[in-house]
Write a protein that binds this ligand. Structure first.
Ligand SMILES: Nc1ncnc2c1ncn2[C@@H]1O[C@H](COP(=O)(O)OP(=O)(O)OP(=O)(O)O)[C@@H](O)[C@H]1O
Ligand SMILES: [Mg+2]
Length: 249
């Protein structure tokens, strides 16, 4: 279970998160929507302990104090972030990176045959080119291919809390279906929790959220269900949430 209380985050004296509260129970699916620059990616990076940010407040996962941890320790707790802008890493392959991560977490070397089998399976299920298994991570990949590669990482690392930061952006309609199907399948097998950051309800049509939160100006200002996502698509933020939030201040 993830508990975030009164989270305040700043960088270079700029206040980004201004008292954010959020609780995600095991197996729940939460979505966060909100205008550009409102702090959604910052929230995901702070959970993964990006050290560029100054933090204050409480972030606990299964009772563990995340804000006192390093990225590596948070990943070992079973939290996984699919980044909004996945980077390429020259000289390190998907296979190397995932096998190393798994063997560090397990504290022993991973059976190569079993690992390769599982990795090839993940590539097949994502309809992804297996020739790239041993090439540099994301090098030469299109935007959508990078997003699919994040889901391969998710399937292999088997997290218990999955944060998807705009996994749908730059992904075509067919691949969005493939990505969503793989996320849902994994969620069914593992009862993992999901935090889906998105601008559009399309992905939420496939992965129905229990809660939809609207974030504005560094805080969650409204919570509802899938219908809230649809009303944002219809009316935009300005029309409802942002105005309401500004009048509260
Ligand atoms: N490392 C940083 N240095 C300086 N400013 C930052 C940094 N990280 C975030 N910001 C600023 O904080 C604000 C929130 O950024 P963030 O990326 O969290 O927004 P977002 O809600 O994810 O937006 P989008 O929907 O466009 O992805 C922005 O104004 C951004 O420029
Ligand atoms: Mg973002």
């Amino acid at each position: 279970m993830l508990i975030i209380k009164n989270l305040k985050v700043s960088v270079l004296d700029k206040k980004i998160l201004k008292g954010l509260n959020l609780e995600i129970n095991d197996g729940e699916i939460h979505a966060i929507m909100g205008p550009n620059g409102t702090g959604k990616s910052t929230l995901s990076k702070v959970i993964m302990r990006d050290e560029n940010y100054s933090v204050d407040g409480i972030v606990k996962y299964n009772g563990e104090d995340i804000l006192k941890m390093t990225t590596d320790e948070v990943a070992r707790l079973g939290i996984f972030l699919a980044m909004q802008y996945p980077i390429s890493i020259e000289g390190v392959s998907n296979a190397d990176m995932l096998r190393t991560a798994l063997s560090i977490r397990e504290g022993k070397s991973i059976n190569l045959f079993k690992f390769v089998n599982e990795l090839e399976n993940a590539y097949d299920e994502l309809n992804f080119d297996k020739n790239t298994i041993h090439s540099s991570i994301n090098e030469g990949f299109s935007g959508g291919e990078r997003k699919k590669n994040e889901i391969i990482g998710m399937k292999m690392l088997k997290p218990s809390l999955i944060i998807l930061d705009e996994i749908d952006s730059g992904v075509d309609v067919d691949n969005l279906k493939i990505i969503s199907k793989n996320i849902l399948k994994y969620k069914k097998e593992s009862n993992a929790s999901l935090l889906i950051i998105t601008h559009y309800p399309h992905i939420l049509k496939y992965i129905k959220p229990d809660y939809v939160h609207i974030m504005n100006n560094g805080k969650i200002v409204k919570t509802g269900d899938y219908n809230l996502a649809l009303s944002i698509l219809e009316n935009g933020y300005e029309a409802s949430v942002v105005k309401e939030d500004n009048t509260c201040e």
